[in-house]
Design a protein. Sequence first.
Length: 143
Amino acid sequence: MSDHDYTSEQAQADGLFIIHAMTRADAIAHGLFVEAPRHLAHEAGFRVPVAFTHAAWQDCVAWTDADNTRQNTHQDLTGRLWDVLCMSRLAITRSTGIHAHVTLHRIKRDGRSHTPQLARLVVEIGPGDHGEPVITIMLPEEG
C-alpha cells in the first residue's frame, strides 16, 4: 500500500475507474496505517511524519505484556519501535532514491519464537495528503 493517490488521468489511461481514493489521514483513522509517535520518530532523526502499514507494524513493532508471557521472552513495543525507526533512518541515509530497503532482526510475535529472525521492510518517502513529505514503512510486498 502506498500513500500515492492514483490520479483520474492515470486511471483513464489504464482503463480503470476510481471508486474511492483514501487519504493518508483516512488510512490512519481506519487502522490501515499506524502513526509512529512524533517525539520518538524525531528523536530517531525523522523530521517528517512516519507511519507504518498495519502489516509492517504487526510484524516488526507490535508487542504486549501477554506476548512476553506467552513467548517467555521480554520485549516491549517502544524498544521494538525504536529499533525499526533507527534501522529505517540508517537505510534512508544509504539510499539515493525515494525507497530504502531495511533489513533487521526481530523476534516474531507468533507465540513461540525466542530468537531474532530476519525481517525486511521498505521505507518510502512520498507526498502526504497536502503534498508535504511523509515517510511510510511497509512490508516489501506492500510497496
